[in-house]
Design a protein around this ligand. Structure first.
Ligand SMILES: [Zn+2]
Ligand SMILES: [Zn+2]
Length: 128
């Protein structure tokens, strides 16, 4: 694997230091806090490149991408469209059904993302 530039390494370090799902602005802010400020355009490019190399995972939301560590166990996401909160889950039954669908279509799965969009328990409570 080719060596990362210092900037990309700094971006990767930010992502790897927590379980958060980061957007580019949050990464840029964290880099500034670390005294390693990187311009937002470079952060966007760096995140895309790191995801391309499989060093981080990307999640495509309606308006933007979020990124997380690539070394977490496989999981899917519940995404609150109100507050943006992201919860993780993994249901073996769902995973198995996906394998079944793939075999029915003689299809080889190389990866998948399941995103459930809706309202989280806290935002549901706010409405009442
Ligand atoms: Zn919410
Ligand atoms: Zn996640």
């Amino acid at each position: 694997m080719q060596k990362l530039t210092a900037q990309r390494q700094a971006i990767l370090d930010v992502i790897n230091r927590s379980d958060k799902h980061w957007d580019a602005d949050e990464v840029a802010y964290a880099l500034k806090e670390n005294d390693t400020p990187i311009g937002i355009a470079t952060v966007y490019r760096g995140l895309a490149a790191l995801a391309e190399q499989g060093l981080i995972e990307s999640i495509q939301l309606a308006d933007k991408k979020r990124y997380e560590r690539a070394d977490k166990k496989h999981h899917d996401h519940l995404i609150c469209t109100d507050c943006g909160d992201i919860e993780e889950f993994c249901k073996p039954e769902i995973e198995k059904l996906q394998d079944l669908v793939a075999s029915e279509h003689d299809f080889t799965i190389q990866g998948h993302q399941l995103l459930l969009f809706g309202i989280c328990i806290r935002c549901k409570g706010k409405g009442i």
